[in-house]
Design a protein around this ligand. Sequence first.
Ligand SMILES: *Cc1c(COP(=O)(O)O)cnc(C)c1O
Length: 367
Amino acid sequence: MARPRIRDDLAALEGYHSPQVDVDVRLNTNEAPAAPPAGYAQAVADAATSIDWHRYPDRGAVALRTAIAGLHGLTSGDDPAARVFCANGSNEVLQTVLLTFAGPGRTVLTFEPTYALHGHIARLTGATTVEGGRTDEFAIDVDHARAMIAEHRPAVTFVCSPNNPTGIVEPTDTITAMLDAVQAVDGLLVVDEAYGQFSPWSATELLAASDELPLVVSRTYSKTWAMAGARLGYLLAAPWLVAELDKVVLPYHLDSLKQAAGLAALDFLDDMEQRVASIVEERGRIETALDDLACTVWPSGANFVLFRPPAERGLDGDAVWQGLLDRSVLVRNTASLEHLDGCLRVTVGTPEDNTVFLTALREVLES
Ligand SMILES: *Cc1c(COP(=O)(O)O)cnc(C)c1O
C-alpha cells in the first residue's frame, strides 16, 4: 500500500538525538541539578486550584509577560508586556521566530559548532541554512561574521552566548558589530541566552537602549529556573517585532497552568541567584580538576564544561564516554561532532554528582 510521503525537503533530515538513559548521575542535558524550592511546588498547586479550567488561557499571557519584562528591567513605555514573547520552551520561541522571519526561499546563518536546533528548526521550517566557522578558541571572528552576512544576506542570523556546547561568551563588541551587519541586509539577529544567567553580560542591555534594533534575545526556564519539565521559554525584543510573532504563533498555545507556573517562579529569584552562584563555584572546581587530569578545557560561561581527554592515554572520546557510562555517569558525547573531535560536555551537577563524575573519570583515564 502506498504511504503518504513527507515533504521532499525533509526526507533526508535526521531527528534530534539526545539519549535518555537511566543512570545514577545524569550530566548530559544541562538541566538544573535540583528541583525548584519546595515552596514553589506549593505555589503552583495553589495556582492550579484557582484556574478557570473551562476557559481558554489568557491568549496574551499578559501577567506573565509583564512580570518577565520587569525581571529584565524593560519597564519603559505603557505596555511592558509588548516587549516579551513566551512559548513552550525556547525551542518553540525560536521556531516562531523562524516561521515569521525565515522559511522557504530565505537563508539562516549559524556559526558552528553551536546549538544544533538552530539549524535544525530552520530547515524544518523550510529555510536554507549556511554555516560559518569559529576561531580555534571557538569564538566568532567579527570579520568572518561580517563577510558571511554580506555574502549570504541571511534573513536570520543566530548567535548562542554562552555558546552550547563550548561555553564561550561572545563580547559586546561582537554582538554590536553583527547587529550593524545584519541591519545592512535587512536581517534579524537572534541571541540565544539559554545560559544567560551564568554570563557576565547580556544582550538585553542593548534592547533597553533602543526600540529600533533587529534583535531578539531568547531565554528559557529550562536551565537556571530548574523547570525543564514545564517547557517554558521567552524572548525579549522591540514591540513591533513581538507583534509580528503574535500573528504567527498558534492561538492559546500557552496553557493556563504554565502561565501560572512561570509567574510563580519569579517569586523565587533569590533562590535562583544562589543556585547560579553555587553552580559557578562548582564549575570552577570541575575545570580545575579536569585540568589536573591533563584534559583540554575551554573556559565556560555556562552550567557545563567542554573538555577533551588527553590523547596520550590511548582512549578516544567515545571510549571515555563509554567508560563513564559503565560507571553510571552520563555526559554528552560530542566526540564525533564536526569541530569537536574527541570532546565531551559535562553539565555541572550537585557537588556530590560532580565528585562521582570526577572520580569515575580519573578511574577511566587511569585504567
Ligand atoms: C537547553 C537550550 C535551550 C532550551 O530549550 P528549551 O526549549 O527552552 O528547553 C535553548 N537554547 C540552547 C542553546 C540550549 O542549550
